[in-house]
Design a protein around this ligand. Structure first.
Ligand code: NAD
Length: 487
């Protein structure tokens, strides 16, 4: 085994102060097969704005998120910078050598394709599709597909790296990947989405497959999108259900997959609650982002006896001290209603920033990245944050919450429930054998509890759960890469 000591570890705590040897040539050599798609070298952005230094201000929030003051503003610190910052902190503590860091920080393969599509307006629109395979030392690449106008190569890189650490922390045999298309999914017709999905899949299927890279749903993609992907993949490769996960039940999807990420957050709550003296029936919860993850987490927590006093989505925020009937809200949204026109006992509409200030025991960010930042972290009024979204907390906000004594369960562990049940779906597909929902949920609970306890063992006054989790993940990936002789 090579030494993990870094000569400059103490100088590397700030984003932008690393050197990554990742030229086009070195990436080309690392590839084991040919692809016809356009592949670009990974680059590490250089920053000089002091992320990690809490005295330097966050950049101004993204204008895309400021419409009508309805939607919470996000910090303009990118997800990639957030993920690299947390990686560096853990890598410093592990005294990881510089050359090993360079391998761990850069992606194995990055694919960008053009997705031209004729939409209902009769015009051809050109979107960009991405797939980044970050690290496959521990198994086939695994990660979601996101459809959102803000999807770009850096965002996908960040999310792919996060998947590498996540699959390692929960100890399932996958590497990390992510993909997406920069299309406005919420403004497109179903037929248009299908065309875009098929066009994208037909261009990247060469780098995918059950033993190579297995996509899953993420923001604005769902079981239907996975079904189209599987069908398109099958045109060239034959019927291959294990090529994607998060499929509909009718197409060899797994019971329990849709609820898995939200349920995983609840397992985290159940582990942390005794430590923090919380009892479900006395716990008030606020959920930011009432989509797949947030709605399932809210509904299962309510079944446990928690009171959901605030929820929000892209259209608005709701508050009720008596507790929001989140099952009724879920049904209302499913039937085409919006959060703005939902009525319930004591339910009032509030501003997005107000939602973040609501007094509660548990705050669950389950929308997009960077929502908890230097400008609003101090206003959070909770004891426990369980990160459902990926990278919802900027490094500065993380420090502020830590100083306030808020206990935070990080994304890399907390929201791993989805990929764990994706793993179960892949296993079931390979065996052509289906487990019932109870078996899926029980096995999910076992893995989430084990991950929580292993990370907790690493925690101390100086080592918060996020750093401990990254340490566990990085160690496992480095060990796998070294043992198989990749590095
Ligand atoms: P989704 O599209 O189903 O839900 C996202 C929700 O966030 C929607 O209700 C949307 O209206 C809301 N939203 C968007 N912008 C908002 C804003 N500014 N303020 C408040 N709400 C806003 O997506 P999802 O699958 O639930 O994913 C949510 C997050 O969880 C993402 O960060 C995703 O990467 C992460 N995640 C998802 C999974 C999964 O299995 N789906 C797994 C791990 C992590």
């Amino acid at each position: 085994m090579r030494p993990m000591r870094s000569e400059h570890a103490e100088d590397r705590s700030r984003v932008g102060e690393r050197e990554v040897d990742c030229t086009a040539e070195t990436k080309g050599e690392a590839m084991s097969d040919e692809t016809a798609t356009h592949e670009r070298p990974a680059t590490t952005p250089q920053r000089d704005d002091g992320v990690g230094d809490r005295h330097a201000p966050d950049k101004s929030p993204r204008t895309a998120n400021q419409e009508d003051g309805k939607v919470t503003r996000r910090a303009e610190v990118s997800n990639l910078e957030i993920v690299h910052h947390y990686f560096d902190r853990a890598a410093d503590r592990l005294e990881l050598a510089d050359d090993i860091r360079a391998v761990m920080l850069s992606a194995y393969r990055e694919v960008q394709v053009q997705v031209p599509v004729k939409l209902a307006d009769g015009r051809i629109h050109v979107y960009s599709g991405y797939r980044v395979q970050h690290n496959g030392a521990r198994g086939p690449y695994k990660g979601g597909m996101r459809y959102h106008p803000e999807v770009d190569l850096d965002e996908v890189r960040a999310l792919a790296a996060l998947m590498t650490w996540k699959t390692a922390i929960v100890n399932i045999p996958f590497g990390g990947a992510k993909g997406g298309i920069n299309c406005p999914a919420d403004k497109l017709e179903r037929d248009e989405l299908q065309k875009i999905t098929r066009s994208f899949m037909s261009k990247i299927d060469k780098v995918l497959g059950p033993t190579r890279d297995i996509p899953a749903p993420d923001v604005n993609t769902n079981a239907q999108v996975m079904a189209w992907m599987m069908d398109e993949y099958g045109k060239t490769h034959g019927h291959t259900p294990a090529c994607v996960t998060g499929k509909p039940i009718a197409l060899e999807g797994s019971y329990g997959r849709e609820s898995a990420t939200g349920r995983g957050l609840v397992f985290m709550f159940r582990e942390a609650a005794p430590q923090l003296g919380l009892k479900a029936e006395e716990t008030r919860v606020v959920v930011q982002g009432f989509g797949n993850v947030g709605a399932w987490a809210a509904r299962i927590l309510r079944q446990l006896g928690c009171r959901i006093v605030g929820v929000s989505d892209a259209n608005g925020s709701l508050h009720s001290e008596a507790g929001i009937d989140v099952d009724a809200l879920h049904e209302h949204l499913r039937e085409g209603g919006t959060s703005n026109d939902f009525e319930g006992e004591g339910v009032e509409s509030i501003g997005a920033e107000e939602l973040m200030e609501l007094e509660c025991e548990v705050f669950i960010p389950a929308a997009l990245g960077g929502m908890i930042h230097a400008d609003n972290a101090d206003r959070l009024n909770c004891k426990l944050v369980i990160e459902g979204a990926n990278s919802p907390t900027t490094p500065k906000a993380d420090e502020i919450l830590n100083d306030k004594g808020v206990f935070l369960i990080p994304d890399v562990m907390a929201n791993a429930g989805g990929v764990v049940v994706s793993y179960f779906e892949w296993v079931q597909n390979l065996q052509h054998f289906r487990w019932d929902e109870r078996e899926v949920n029980d096995k999910l609970g076992g893995i989430m509890r084990r991950a929580y306890r292993q990370v907790k063992e690493r925690c101390s006054d100086d080592v918060p759960p996020r750093v401990a989790a990254y340490e566990v993940g990085i160690e496992r990936v480095v060990e796998a890469a070294q043992t198989r002789g990749y590095i």
